[in-house]
Design a protein. Structure first.
Length: 277
């Protein structure tokens, strides 16, 4: 069996497992929780938990803070699917596990993907523990997750991404933030491959490109989702200033600790936003 054929079968099998667990529910919204933001999953009512290991083709996660569980249930009465963790491209070059995860969501009826991540700020006005709505992205990963054979049943070989981060959904999230009194910046997210943090010279470079926050995820998720027709909205939780912009010593533990400081506002924002997406 070739890899693309195996991928199609993994999507089919995983969708069947999730559909059975949903027991008739039809959540339209899926939420991928980034580093340090997994606490939102504790707010899911009537949860049905499926380990990624029990879903054929789903990613095997290796990063602290990414648990590897799919949780179906309700968030303040709204049916949702929450995913605790994602695969990063510093862990592997293989895009198929991430493709399987997102295309399976589409196969079970999801039409909106809410992405989240921990990110470094490139602007003094965007402070640690605050949130940033992603309005656009720069793919500096050195790869595209859709490289390789295309299956037209998921989406076309070539597709536009000028509205990759859906402006309509972004407007609704902004309105919710105002109503909730939550500081929500807006900006461009640039994805580096990692796993090393960026150098001060690299930070100066992407500042010049117009980026406002930097991280190591979310862009592949967005591209796969848009390719198969999902709408995407995303929020970064700022966990540090970019290299050279402060005296912080950057570590993953530091990222998780500062994400926890912004988690309460993030959880309030998402809980209110799912009602209007």
């Amino acid at each position: 069996m070739t890899l693309p054929q195996a991928h199609l079968e993994n999507v089919r099998q995983s969708a069947a497992i999730i559909t059975a667990a949903l027991a008739g529910a039809r959540p339209r919204i899926a939420i991928i929780l980034g580093s340090g933001l997994g606490g939102l999953a504790n707010q899911i009512q009537r949860p049905r938990v499926i380990a990624y290991a029990d879903l054929p083709g789903f990613p095997v996660l290796t990063v602290l803070g990414h648990i590897g569980e799919l949780i179906a249930g309700e968030l303040d009465g709204v049916p949702v699917i929450v995913l605790k963790g994602r695969k990063h491209f510093y862990e592997t070059d293989d895009a198929y596990p991430l493709r399987t995860m997102i295309r399976t969501l589409q196969a079970v009826g999801v039409d909106t993907l809410f992405l989240s991540n921990a990110a470094g700020s490139l602007r003094p006005a965007i402070k640690v523990s605050e949130l940033m709505l992603i309005t656009d992205h720069i793919n500096f990963l050195g790869l595209n997750p859709l490289t390789g054979p295309n299956d037209d049943s998921f989406g076309p070989r070539f597709f536009p991404v000028s509205d990759a981060w859906d402006p309509g959904l972004a407007g609704r999230v902004k309105a919710v933030a105002r109503q909730q009194g939550i500081t929500l910046h807006e900006g461009v997210y640039v994805a580096f491959r990692g796993p090393s943090f960026e150098t001060p010279a690299e930070i100066r470079m992407v500042q010049g490109w117009g980026a406002d926050a930097v991280g190591m995820s979310s862009v592949p998720d967005c591209l796969i989702a848009r390719h198969c027709g999902l709408k995407v909205v995303g929020v970064s939780c700022i966990t540090n200033m970019g290299a050279g912009l402060s005296d912080e010593h950057l570590t993953h533990a530091h990222t998780l600790a500062n994400a926890a400081k912004g988690a309460a506002a993030f959880e309030r924002l998402v809980t209110a936003a799912v009602k209007v997406l």
